[in-house]
Design a protein around this ligand. Structure first.
Ligand code: IPE
Ligand code: IPE
Ligand code: MG
Length: 253
């Protein structure tokens, strides 16, 4: 059994997805090379992972590297891959101590062996975590995940493609365990207001929060502000706001 398929029950709670954007601009604004922004971004990841459980977050999906990010200069991609490896190796003990179960979602076949080895080791070591499910999206494309899930379901001769069967296949297509969980709150830092091929299916009813703060400068307080705003929203899922029950009007006789 692959480590990522080990099922550990995580108590129900919020699923927050974060598009961690703005590392490069944060660095350039300080006269630093872009990878310095990615390194500072990894420190933000640690702070946010540690703050999340107390805010009621039980699943946290972080967009670390999109499948389109392969288009970046080779040096930047190489620096990012080194950083993923260092993060996975360096953080595993801390994640275990904090009860974090780590899964990586995305394609693995294009990652270099030392990166996939670090992923598998971190997943296996943290599989027993029950406080927070941290899902790191690496070489992730939501559209590719959907295409793979649809292919898997249609290969299942005679089984109709339903939202349920596709959701389950989507969870299986890209790792991370059970059926793709719905996102409650989607945060994007760095000022852009787009999804960039992240969790398109899972965000069907997500509340959206866009922050102008660059990811390396994003703090636990910023996460707290987003979560508290989330709690002030009214989620209707296509239904109606609950109306106070009114006594039927007296009928004229
Ligand atoms: C997000 O920061 C991290 C990755 C995409 C890997 P960027 O590197 O996109 O930073 P900006 O958007 O160029 O500032
Ligand atoms: C999205 O950011 C990917 C990650 C944060 C990992 P990008 O910086 O790659 O997205 P675009 O190019 O601005 O849409
Ligand atoms: Mg960006």
């Amino acid at each position: 059994m692959r480590p990522s398929t080990l099922i550990t029950p995580i108590p129900p709670g919020l699923h927050v997805g974060i598009i961690m954007d703005g590392n490069g601009r944060w660095a350039v604004a300080r006269g630093l090379p872009r990878p310095a922004g990615h390194r500072r971004g990894a420190e933000t990841v640690r702070a946010i992972v540690e703050a999340a459980p107390d805010l009621g977050v039980r699943t946290l999906t972080l967009y670390a590297f999109s499948s389109d990010n392969w288009r970046r200069p080779e040096r930047e991609v190489a620096a990012l891959m080194r950083l993923f490896r260092a993060y996975l190796r360096g953080e595993t003990r801390r994640l275990m101590r904090n009860g974090v179960k780590l899964s990586v979602i995305g394609r693995r076949d294009r990652l270099e062996l030392p990166v996939t080895a670090a992923i598998e080791a971190a997943e296996a070591a943290t599989a027993g975590g029950t406080t927070l499910h941290l899902r790191l999206a690496i070489d992730y494309s939501s559209r590719d995940a959907l295409a793979r899930a649809a292919t898997a379901v249609s290969r299942d001769g005679g089984v109709a493609v339903t939202t349920d069967s596709l959701g389950v296949a989507l969870g299986a297509a890209y790792g991370g365990g059970a059926a793709a969980p719905d996102v409650d709150l989607l945060i994007r830092t760095g000022g852009e207001r787009r999804l960039s091929d992240f969790l398109l299916w899972e965000c069907a009813y997500a509340e959206l929060w866009f922050s102008d703060v660059m990811w390396p400068a994003f703090t636990a307080q910023d996460l707290g502000a987003a979560v508290s705003d989330f709690h002030s929203r009214e989620r209707r899922f296509g239904g109606l706001v609950a109306q106070p029950v009114q006594a039927p009007a007296a009928r004229a006789v």
